[in-house]
Each structure stands twice: as C-alpha cells, then as structure tokens.
Design a protein around this ligand. Structure first.
Ligand SMILES: *Cc1c(COP(=O)(O)O)cnc(C)c1O
Length: 204
C-alpha cells in the first residue's frame, strides 16, 4: 500500500503543528501523526496527544531540531511513542559526520529498530526482515556521548543569544521574531526572523 503524507498547517506564531487543524486531516487511512519540533521549540504535544488518543494513533516526534527542548513538563523525544533525532553536525547535538537516534519506551519498537538498522538481522546471519545499513559508527557515539554533557550549557547559551536578538530587534518594524509558547523552553536550533512578503517594498 502506498503511504501518502498529509500535511497539517502550522500555528502562525510558533511554526509548529496547529493541533486545532489536526483532527480534520485524520481519515481511516491515517497511520501516525508526526509533529515537527521546528526551530528548537516543541509542538503543542498536550493537544496533539489528546487528538491522537481519541483516534488511537501513534505520535512520532521529529525532534531533529529540538535536542533538550521542553514544553509542559515534557522533554522532546519523550512525548510520542518514538522521538527521532538527527546528529547531523549542524544540529544542537551534532556528531562529526552523519548520525541519528530514536528514543522510545516501547521495548518492542526498540528491538524492531535495532533489527531494521542492521540489515534486518535479529542475530548473526539471521535476517528476519529486509532492513537497511543504518548502523551509526562507534566513533560518532563516542563523540556524541562527550558532547551530550555540554548540550544543556550550549542550549543555555543559545537562549541567552536569542534574548539579545530579541532586544536588539524589538523595534525593527519589519521583523517578526520567534514566539515562545507558554511553559515552553526553546533551544533555538534556528532563530528564525520572518519578514512580510515584500511586494510592497520591492515592487515589480
Ligand atoms: C535535520 C533534520 C532532519 C533530518 O536529519 P538527517 O540527519 O539529515 O536525516 C529531519 N527533520 C528535521 C526537522 C531536521 O531539522
């Protein structure tokens, strides 16, 4: 069966999934809900999880920009059935090459992921399913385990820099600055400044 992604628009303030538009996008064919914690701020997981629960759907968090972000007592990657992290060098927690990780508190999913990443191999030379070569190099794990200790400190510095940008750009009429939702701890993977569509300023 073909899988078709269906988009749910974002809340204009936070640029993360607008939970109030989620329900209308769900059909009998919906298999999972994938909110993206964009720019370093978690989506409104409380509202999203409530919709997911009503429909019996799993939530997979794209936490690739949100290492260490929190919202409403939850930390990114702990709210859904799985959380997906990228350790691409430019991320808040970055390896020295390609890398990624999945969090879950479901042991069945954990085992399935371990099999899939290793050519579907459940034990040596026993290939129970068709998987991928998605094993992260040990050297990346070694680097990440050291850098992980500095993640909170790095995120604190990002928040301090964001607060400075907020102050310096506060009076800039064309700049729409990032909004931090209530009870949300943004980790500012990206400090995104929006400006209005510019036809008014650069007429054709
Ligand atoms: C970086 C990123 C990804 C993909 O990460 P890769 O390590 O390149 O696979 C996915 N989603 C978001 C939101 C990202 O920022």
């Amino acid at each position: 069966m073909r899988r078709k992604p269906v988009f749910v628009d974002v809340d204009e303030q936070t640029c993360t999934m607008d939970a109030s538009q989620l329900e209308a996008a769900i059909t009998l064919r919906t298999r999972a809900i994938i909110p993206v914690h964009l720019y370093g701020q978690m989506a409104d997981m409380e509202a999203i999880l409530a919709v997911a629960k009503r429909h019996g759907l799993p939530v997979v968090e794209d936490a690739c920009q949100a290492h260490g972000a929190r919202r409403g007592g939850r930390i990114a990657g702990s709210a859904g059935v799985t959380g997906c992290f990228s350790f691409y060098p430019g991320k808040n927690l970055g390896a020295f090459g390609e890398g990624g990780g999945i969090t879950t508190n479901d042991s069945e999913i954990a085992t399935k992921m371990q099999v899939l990443r290793d050519h579907g191999q459940s034990k040596k030379y026993h290939h129970s399913v068709v998987g991928w070569n998605a094993r992260m190099d040990g050297i990346q794990g070694a680097i990440l385990s050291i850098k992980l200790r500095h993640l909170a400190e790095g995120n604190r510095a990002r928040r301090a820099h964001a607060a400075l940008y907020d102050r310096l750009l506060a009076d800039e009429p064309l700049a729409i600055l990032p909004t931090v939702a209530s009870a949300s701890e943004h980790v500012y993977h990206i400090y995104a400044v929006r400006v209005p569509i510019a036809t008014r300023f650069w007429p054709r």
